[in-house]
Design a protein. Sequence first.
Length: 294
Amino acid sequence: MSTANLFRLILLASIWGGSFLFMRIAAPVLGPAVLIEYRVVFAALFLAAIALLMKKPLDWKRHWKHYVILGFFNSALPFLLFAWSARTLSASVLAVLNATAPMWGALIGAVWQRQMVSARVLLGIVLGTAGVALLVGFDHVSSREGAGLAIAAALFASFNYGIASTYARAAPAVEPFANAHGSMWTAALLVLPSLLFFPAPGEPTAGIMAAAVALGVLCSGVAYLLYYGLIRDVGATSALTVTFISPLFGILWGALFLQEVVGWYTVAGAAIVIAGTALVTGYRPNFGARAKPA
């Protein structure tokens, strides 16, 4: 992997790790529904501008059902669940719980295909479960009121990412950028009804709105462009490295900007979850290999 691509990979990991920081800042004031509606609308508008510049129209008539399914399981529902959990949990805990998504994907894929998981995948799932248990068992946020439900909601959010990845493998072949663009618009429509049940509990300040804009434009719009660009240039396997790096940035940003406590259990739990994720995905880094032409 070239220096430029390595920089893009680290930048992407830092952006996705930062999404939990922005949710932790804005969710208590805007509430989960308002925050996520802002997120997906800002992301959709940003991607629409890029699509206009790149002359990439969406084939709504042909793929609208695909965009609805992807928008629900890969954006609307998990975003809402993470934002709801962010009112209680720390950014570092959210970032580590998010890293369990590949494990859920492996389990869902095995059930869907009616196949037994391999010993390696099973070991990865056991490690991931142990890492989560260590993290939430020792972290002081677990003692907060409603923490149990918040942890369950965050894990269910990751479970939905697993559903989305399983669906995507059998879904119609659609250009990755179109998937991101179309799913953001359908997510914006799907999140709308939740505004009736979760109005904003407070008045947003300029800083809160800046966090909401950053969550949409930076953590969804720009992040998608970086991610799919990496897949094109270095291949999906190397791009997958972001899964292992982003929790580290989630922990770092929480400690730097929110003064979250990083204990031995945070580092150990994150390391075990990342190791489990690597086993489940069968990841083997090969940065020296040249990417195949797109």
